[in-house]
Write a protein that binds this ligand. Structure first.
Ligand code: ADP
Ligand code: MG
Length: 693
């Protein structure tokens, strides 16, 4: 249960004075719906109002705070002219200028004869000094209400900075003084303040340097978040280790027949990865291992060997794919390869007919089917295994941690192998999986052709269509990918449908369309037409990223390539030339091209090493976006920035290890505080792994 001390933080922002439903909606857009979300919303800039010259010394440009006397009002004679108010001090005069002003309001706030403190920017208009729309107007007695240095928050349309600032002040007043969870010597060595002071300081930067990730207050808050992340992962891993696994090592018979059935031999890194996996399985502890490798690097084959090893031991294995399409593809690949062994494979893909599903379930329950292939349908309550020994999860980052663990509960001490085609930079690996063992497929299977990559402005799309026409008449199979246009799925679809219509005009029935909102059977039908060659051009939204395998495809056109992440581009490019032919990838970009987008396209032209691309991606974009947060199960940090806080992440990992070594139940004084930390960062599930939670 969440500790009571945190309740005020998890309350809705509407619990703050002055925040009603309308303002709450605006705050929710920019920060989130709870007080906590508001506190995690750190300033992006600041306005320094400490500069208070006399009028004669006041420059145009920077923010100034002036004490003036209101002399007279000059209401406009017609609406297009602003309302002006003449003010002065002993050194000179200036006009306060208001467009679309409400006279009654100005008369009230700036009565002639009164002294006022005004803060804003000065400009010169027809040789006269003026301050249009001051940010603040207060009487000298209230001068202290103007913050000398004002934080500037990321904003959303419709939300006024003043309203956000007052909500923030209220939220900060609610923030409790939390027990210290940091190790005292470490905190002292870093010179960090306690949590509450750090939080308040992060919201009250005195100068630009305090906005940087390395600033003390920000670093402390980031460290807290990273520590919560690492500790949560360590706890879940610890719990998994505690459940005993089984030592699995078969006689190799089935694997031998597979080896004989394969038309190729394993690459060196496939062999190494397989050895690592098999030796994990042979140990009595439960395996939890990541298998990383580009699309087409041969992960499925490696996984198949591991699954057969489990079957050799008399158990069952399951392979879970993120989409139905992929599950069916795996099934189609695997079935013929193990035909000779006589092993039964059951497919559970979600929309099978009732009877077929019933039958598959029965065969898994009575153990006659040794291998299950499916989507998350495999998690369902109704799915029972006779003796599940190994679970393989493909394209892992699309699933959440809980789903991962769920599959493990379908057997006793189930070994887990997680496959991902998105090479994950080491630092990100750590945040998503903790200290997880990993195997990497680094060499490509023999006979893979090179893909020529070119970047071309979208304005030249008609030339590209001509080139596609030439390739198509020579028999080529072409992917044409349309981008995800931020936010709206509807507009993504419109873009793809528009392109489909265009290309259909020219190529008639040789074009097929596939997108995420199509029904399964329609998707399959479109895929089939492309796979068979009835359609030569497949217009797609990024649904194809997840792993369609059409070996004949040799051309990949990506429209608005600048909107895609590097990892995505790399995945898409991996879809062509899979049968060893030479292939091309055309990256069409919209202009003007920003510096980051340009650098990204450059990386794509330079290399096809997925691991290098992943590192570059992290460098260019920062962690949140690397894997396309949209579908990734990667942690989305609010305060930490993996690119900037990499050093802290490593420390947090070691810290978490040490904590669990000394106090695995988090029962000591510091342990209790660490529980608060876990709840603060919503790692409730991790706390629940503690027996005396
Ligand atoms: P991944 O799962 O990593 O995307 P797959 O295991 O599906 O890759 O392999 C892609 C293709 O390459 C498949 O057609 C597979 O049969 C083939 N393949 C796998 N390993 C090798 C190898 N060592 N040599 C040649 N072809 C291979
Ligand atoms: Mg695969």
């Amino acid at each position: 249960m969440r500790p009571e001390i945190l309740y005020p933080l998890f309350a809705s922002v509407t619990s703050l004075p002055g925040v009603g439903p309308r303002i709450a909606t605006q705050i929710e857009k920019v920060a989130g719906s709870r007080v906590l979300d508001l506190l995690w919303h750190l300033p992006r800039g600041l306005i320094d109002r400490r500069f208070s010259p006399k009028i004669s010394d006041a420059p145009c440009g920077p923010t100034v705070t002036l004490t003036v006397r209101v002399d007279s009002h000059l209401p406009p004679r017609d609406k297009r002219v602003p309302y002006r108010i003449l003010c002065s001090d002993e050194t000179g005069f200036l006009y306060l200028v208001f467009f679309h002003a409400r006279a009654d309001y100005l008369e009230r706030t700036l009565p002639p004869g009164a002294k006022r403190v005004v803060s804003g920017h000065l400009e010169r208009f027809r040789d006269e000094l003026q301050m249009p729309h001051p940010d603040h107007i207060v009487s000298p007695e209230n001068a202290a209400s103007i913050r000398r240095v004002e934080p500037v928050y990321p904003m959303t349309a419709g939300l006024s900075p003043k309203i956000l600032a007052s909500a923030m002040t209220a939220a900060l007043a609610r923030a409790p003084d939390l027990p210290e969870w940091l190790e005292p010597t470490f905190r002292a060595q870093r010179g960090w303040d306690d949590w509450l002071i750090s939080l308040k300081q992060a919201h009250a930067p005195g100068e630009e340097a305090e906005l940087l990730p390395a600033a003390k207050a920000r670093a402390r808050l980031a460290y807290d978040e990273l520590l919560a992340n690492q500790l949560a992962l360590a706890l879940i891993r610890h719990q998994q280790r505690e459940r005993p696994g089984r030592a699995l090592s078969g006689d190799g018979g089935l694997r031998q027949s597979l080896l004989e059935a394969l038309p190729f031999s394993l690459t060196r890194s496939q062999q190494t990865a397989l050895d690592e996996i098999l030796s994990d399985m042979a140990r009595p502890a439960r395996m939890l291992r990541l298998l990383q490798g580009d699309v087409g690097s041969g992960k499925t084959v490696v996984a198949l060997f591991a699954m057969l090893a489990a079957v050799e031991c008399g158990g069952q294995a399951a392979l879970m794919a993120p989409t139905e399409l992929l599950a069916r593809q795996h099934y189609a690949t695997i079935k013929p390869l193990i035909e000779a062994t006589g092993i039964e494979v059951a497919l559970l893909a979600g929309r099978d007919r009732r009877a077929a599903r019933r039958e598959a379930l029965d065969r898994l329950a009575d153990g006659s089917a040794k291998i299950a292939i499916g989507t998350h349908a495999l998690f369902q309550e109704s799915v029972r295994f006779k003796d599940l020994m190994l679970a393989v999860i493909d394209e892992q980052h699309r699933f959440g941690v809980h789903q991962r663990l769920d599959l493990a509960t379908k057997g006793k001490g189930v070994d887990m192998l997680v496959m991902t085609a998105t090479p994950i930079p080491r630092s990100l690996m750590l945040t998503a999986y903790g200290d997880l063992a990993s195997s990497r497929l680094t060499d490509k299977p023999a006979g893979r052709g090179a893909v020529t990559t070119r970047a071309i402005p979208l304005a030249r799309v008609s030339e590209i269509v001509d080139a596609v026409a030439r390739a198509a008449s020579a028999g080529a199979r072409v992917y044409w990918v349309c981008p995800l246009v931020a936010e709206s799925e509807a507009s993504d679809l419109a873009a793809a449908e528009g392109r489909f219509a265009d290309l259909s005009n020219r190529f008639g029935g040789r074009v097929a369309l596939i997108h995420g909102q199509m029904k399964g059977p329609d998707k399959d039908a479109a895929m089939q037409r492309f796979a068979k060659g009835d359609a030569q051009i497949l217009v797609a939204t990024t649904v194809i990223e997840v792993g369609i395998d059409v070996p004949e495809a040799t051309v990949m056109v990506i429209e608005h390539a600048e909107r895609f992440g590097l990892a995505q581009l790399h995945q898409l490019r991996g879809r062509v030339g899979r049968a060893g032919q030479s292939a091309s990838c055309l990256l069409l970009y919209g202009e003007p091209l920003g510096a980051t987008a340009r650098a990204r396209l450059e990386v794509m032209r330079e290399t096809d090493d997925g691991f290098r691309i992943a590192e570059e991606d992290l460098r260019l974009r920062g962690a949140g976006e690397v894997l396309g947060t949209r579908q990734s199960g990667m942690p989305d940090f609010r305060l930490a920035d993996i690119a900037a806080h990499g050093e802290l992440l490593a420390i947090a990992r070691d810290d978490a290890k040490l904590i669990l070594a000394r106090d695995p139940g988090l029962e000591s004084g510091r342990g209790q505080s660490l529980r608060v930390l876990l709840y603060l960062f919503e790692r409730d599930a991790a706390v629940l792994t503690l027996r005396s939670g």
